[in-house]
Design a binder for this molecule. Structure first.
Ligand code: 5RP
Length: 222
């Protein structure tokens, strides 16, 4: 099976977690896109969705799914999203698609985080995937220096030769070379750096369930 077929399989399996008549939180990325396409098939069963990025909002609307502003939603039963890495405890690195801040915000309002990922995302120790950190643009250099002091190389993410600008008007630093054996502590330490908006480490609130696509079928970790 290709990686896309594995992503499609978990996207299909995640439909079982959709709660009828409710609003669902939807993540960002290629796996989340497959999920949105599956969600479209049952769109009449849900009230609508909250999107974790402008790209996701556009795709949801394209399918005729109502997109709610998070300010109008107090809670939702489930948030479904991909990950760049996940460990056996449900700690994740996210933000490869630069949507980490809104992903973390929407996830914080959901009662359950369902992670959907192909099997290659499961790791013993997080950190091989560069850890995304969203920063206020004027703080990019100072935040990069502080991050480097944690033992990594902080690289400003570029797009077309210029700093990539997130949906929030911020930049992304990718922290390369961390071996994250204590995810919750590292999450707190990076969040404490002045100028950091969000770190793409989801440990304090990780995944409650992970649907992992493997050649032997979809495996559930919880
Ligand atoms: C976007 C994310 C994505 O969930 C993560 O990058 C995984 O993406 P994909 O499903 O394309 O492998 O965190 O900010």
């Amino acid at each position: 099976m290709t990686q896309d077929e594995l992503k499609q399989a978990v996207a299909r399996a995640a439909i079982d977690y959709v709660v009828d008549g409710e609003i669902i939180g939807v993540g960002t990325g290629s796996t989340a896109n497959f999920f949105i396409d599956e969600l479209a098939k049952i769109k009449d069963r849900i009230k609508g969705a909250v999107a974790s990025s402008e790209t996701t909002a556009e795709r949801l609307r394209g399918h005729g799914i109502k997109v709610f502003d998070l300010n109008d939603v107090e809670t939702m039963p489930v948030y479904i999203d991909g990950a760049d890495e996940i460990n056996g405890q449900g700690d994740m690195i996210k933000g490869g698609g630069a949507a980490l801040t809104r992903e973390k915000i929407v996830a914080s309002v959901a009662q359950k985080f369902v992670c959907i990922a192909d099997g290659s995302k499961l790791v013993d120790v997080l950190g091989k995937f560069p850890l995304p950190v969203e920063v206020i643009p004027m703080a990019a250099s100072v935040a990069a220096r502080k991050l480097s002091a944690l033992g990594c190389e902080a690289r400003l993410r570029l797009k077309d030769g210029k700093p990539l600008v997130t949906d929030n008007g911020c930049y992304i630093l990718d922290a390369v070379g961390l071996s994250i054996t204590e995810p919750a502590e590292i999450e707190a330490a990076i969040n404490n750096i002045v100028g950091v908006v969000t770190v793409g480490l989801f440990a304090r609130q990780g995944a409650d369930v992970c649907l992992l696509g493997t050649p032997d079928g979809v495996k559930k970790l919880e």
